[in-house]
Design a protein around this ligand. Structure first.
Ligand code: MEV
Length: 305
């Protein structure tokens, strides 16, 4: 399998700002190495197969199966073309806050582009994948598909162009899966409902998250991990007030802090899914990972691309 035929969409963690980003605040996301790889080949008909899920779908704009509708949208971006079989390999858990659906959308569109010889900027790929994301998440902010296509450390805000966040030095987070999954659409709607019923308190909380994003960005730039850790903890406390944590998530955050993590929080949509914990350095990250009683991995962030 030559690299030139292989489409890729990366997973992501949100360091600070999830949910608030849907309501116009900034957020910082970081691409992770795990993601989705996809390859398109000439087929008897259009078909998408996804491993390790054992899923096969054909494109259908009217299907009740969201994947069939999303695949239909992904193919609609191309002009005249032969029938294509797209085979995707997913390395991310679905419903865990790591941007699995966005990574899949980006990988599929990228694979079809590559087969057809279409050259596209990664930022344009992100834009197309938003249409795929809408099938699953209703009205997403666009941060997941942007991170999936562009990768690296990003500051994202609706209506502004995405910015690369410069970091003084690499830093290390442990990504740990609570084992619980949730639907982003349901969690986003729950926050929106809270904003409708308690507009003043919710507005304040979302603004507070926006300030934490600014502090986190400055801390990353200055290499100030203690402050960065405090912004993670602060962000988690606000997310908890929106009901986005669970007892398992709380236990994981606590266990990571007891192991010396500088901060820990739920990442992504919440309601379960993954926790990120900021480690003191690379070796400490491995120690934190090893103390957690769940599937976890270490990610180096802020390295030179
Ligand atoms: C999900 O990864 C991030 C959310 O903020 C939703 C979105 O931004 O579309 C919860």
């Amino acid at each position: 399998m030559s690299d030139r035929t292989l489409g890729f969409g990366g997973g992501k963690v949100i360091l600070v700002g999830e949910h608030a980003v849907v309501h116009g605040q900034p957020a910082i996301a970081a691409g992770v190495r795990r993601g989705v790889r996809a390859r398109a080949t000439l087929g008897p008909r259009d078909r998408l197969s996804i491993e390790p899920w054992g899923v096969r779908v054909e494109p259908n704009a009217a299907a009740s199966e969201p994947l069939a509708r999303a695949f239909d949208r992904a193919l609609a971006f191309q002009g005249q073309r032969p029938p294509l079989e797209v085979h995707a390999e997913v390395e991310l858990p679905p419903g865990a806050g790591l941007g699995c659906s966005a990574a899949l959308g980006v990988a599929v569109i990228d694979a079809v582009d590559r087969y057809l010889g279409v050259r596209r900027e990664r930022a344009d790929l992100a834009e197309l994948a938003l249409s795929w994301e809408r099938v699953f998440h209703g009205a997403p902010s666009g941060i997941d598909n942007t991170a999936a296509a562009v990768g690296g450390l990003l500051r994202f805000q609706r209506g502004s162009s995405v910015q690369v966040v410069r970091s003084r030095a690499p830093f290390y987070v442990v990504v740990a899966h609570s084992g619980e999954s949730s639907e982003t659409k349901v969690m986003v709607e729950a926050v929106a409902e809270r904003c409708r019923t308690e507009p003043v308190e919710s507005g304040r909380a979302l603004e507070q998250i926006g300030h934490l994003v600014d502090q986190a960005e400055a801390a990353i730039r200055d290499g100030d991990l203690n402050t960065l850790g405090r912004t993670l903890d602060g962000n988690h406390r606000v997310l908890r007030t929106f009901g986005l944590s669970t007892p398992k998530v709380e236990n994981l955050c606590e266990a990571a802090r007891r192991a010396g993590a500088l901060g820990a929080k739920v990442t992504g949509a919440g309601g379960g899914g993954c926790v990120i914990a900021l480690a003191q350095d690379a070796d400490h990250a491995i120690r934190v990972r090893d103390t957690l009683p769940v599937d976890a991995f270490v990610e180096e962030l802020g390295h030179a691309a």
